[in-house]
Write a protein that binds this ligand. Structure first.
Ligand code: IMO
Ligand code: MG
Length: 427
């Protein structure tokens, strides 16, 4: 039992990439097990910034094996681009990248259909990343028109399946959108056969691989994407992603049961952000919200959208932590709050006149929730050079302790800047 899991406890963008990168040198294998190129994981070191989307952060450490497991939905064209991008930054992707033959494949018609759905939802749009993620997962659940990575390395299978799928998609898409330009099956076959040839050396049964590694005593790390509150079953439905992005997804998305995991780290931003639609009780539509956005550079890595910002919502985060089953947390981006004279944290909600500490299961209740805050004095000084817990000003220490108390799990890591060095480990 020496596997670690890193899971976002909020609505994504908790700076999971930094934690995964930091802990990678204590692990031999890094596993991405859900989502696709809707994720944007930023890792900074040696003055370079890497923006990863489908590639596990393990690719940045020589000697570490990176696995894109069963539960990921892969856009092979985007993956090819991503690999070329990191290559330009000096990172070579060799045979230490493994891709599950069970992982499902995103096609251009998924994105086309998603655009129609989002438009049709009007002011109730989810605000998806438009990467075809939800439609690809729908195909998997529906079982009819799904293509897996194991299929794209079999040209015969593609030649048999794609024409029927593309015909079907063209009928549906033209009915939904009179301006739909039909997809060409032959073109798609050619494109994916060639992508299959390219990725063939990487595609394998990653579940069997991971179990062999566990048997050999290798240390694994599971790199979460999105966040617990975006989980399809446990998140703020329907404003969620289409997979289990809480800890619940590790087993289903990798084939490795949780009993192999000895440490589950929840990643929590020192405040709240959310991209896309859906209620966000602590969102600040004022100067303070804009201040947090500016200080935290809160603009989406995938879509460039400004993120909605607000105070830390301990009700939501506590729920995320419970659902994911984390045993400690990493508090990220604490430095972003450094200039504020006072800092707030939401400890409960008032819903229809009643106080509650429970996170509502119904979206209308969440939309009606008024945050009840605890307000504490800020620290109003630069903390980015702190080397230890003792270097942090007392008010910053008190804030971190309050986060731990309200979320209900001990804090193990505090991050005070983007760099690997700007990290404080607590005993
Ligand atoms: P990382 O891994 C933040 C959000 C989208 C949208 C909803 C559904 O960087 O933390 P989708 O395209 O998945 O169908 O969109 O989920 N979303 C994320 N928000 N960080 C992410 O990933 C996200 N991945 C999806 O903005 O609201
Ligand atoms: Mg992101």
């Amino acid at each position: 039992m020496s596997a670690t899991a890193v899971i976002g406890l909020q609505w994504g963008d908790e700076a999971k990439g930094k934690i995964v990168d930091l802990l990678t040198d204590q692990h031999e294998i890094v596993v991405r097990y859900l989502g696709g190129n809707n994720a944007g994981h930023t890792v900074k070191f040696d003055g370079k910034t890497f923006k990863l989307s489908m590639l596990p952060a393990g690719v940045l450490r020589p000697g570490v094996v990176s696995v894109i497991a069963t539960g990921v939905v892969i856009n092979p064209t985007a993956l090819l681009k991503e690999i070329a991008g990191v290559k330009e930054q000096g990172i070579e992707i060799g045979d230490d990248l493994l891709i599950s033959d069970r992982a499902h494949v995103v096609f251009p018609y998924h994105m086309a259909e998603e655009a129609i759905y989002e438009k049709q939802r009007g002011d109730k749009a989810i605000g998806t990343t438009m990467r075809g993620i939800g439609l690809c997962y729908r195909e998997k659940a529906n079982r009819s028109h799904a293509i897996r990575m194991g299929d794209i390395i079999r040209p015969d299978v593609l030649r048999e399946k794609i024409p029927e799928i593309v015909d079907f998609k063209n009928i549906i898409l033209s009915a939904l959108d009179p301006e739909h330009k039909p997809f060409d099956a032959a073109e798609i076959i050619d494109q994916y056969v060639s992508l299959g040839e390219h990725f063939k050396p990487h595609i394998t049964d990653t579940t069997a691989f991971l179990h062999r590694q566990i048997k050999a005593g290798k240390r694994l790390m599971f790199e979460g994407a999105q966040g617990s509150l975006l989980d399809i079953d446990h998140g703020t439905f329907p404003f969620v992603t289409s997979s289990n992005s809480s800890g619940a997804g590790i087993h289903s998305g990798s084939g490795v049961p949780e009993r192999h995991i000895s440490q589950m780290i929840g990643v929590v931003k020192a405040y709240t952000t959310r991209v896309g639609g859906g209620p966000c009780p602590t969102e600040l539509l004022d100067e303070t919200g804009q201040h947090i956005r500016d200080e935290g550079n809160e603009y989406g890595t995938v879509t460039g959208r400004p993120r909605r910002c607000g105070w830390l919502d301990a009700v939501a985060t506590r729920y995320g932590s419970q659902v994911s089953g984390v045993d400690c947390i990493a508090v990220m981006l604490l430095d972003v709050l450094s200039k504020l004279p006072e800092v707030k944290i939401c400890e409960a909600y008032e819903i229809n006149g009643k106080r509650t500490e429970d996170f509502p299961s119904q979206i209308d209740d969440l939309a009606a929730a008024k945050p009840i805050y605890r307000t504490v004095p800020g620290w109003e000084c630069d903390i980015t050079a702190a080397k230890s817990w003792d270097d942090l000003p007392e008010n910053a220490q008190s804030y971190v302790k309050m986060v731990s108390e309200l979320v209900g799990v001990p804090v193990k890591i505090v991050s005070i800047g983007p760099d690997r060095e700007q990290t404080i480990f607590l005993d």
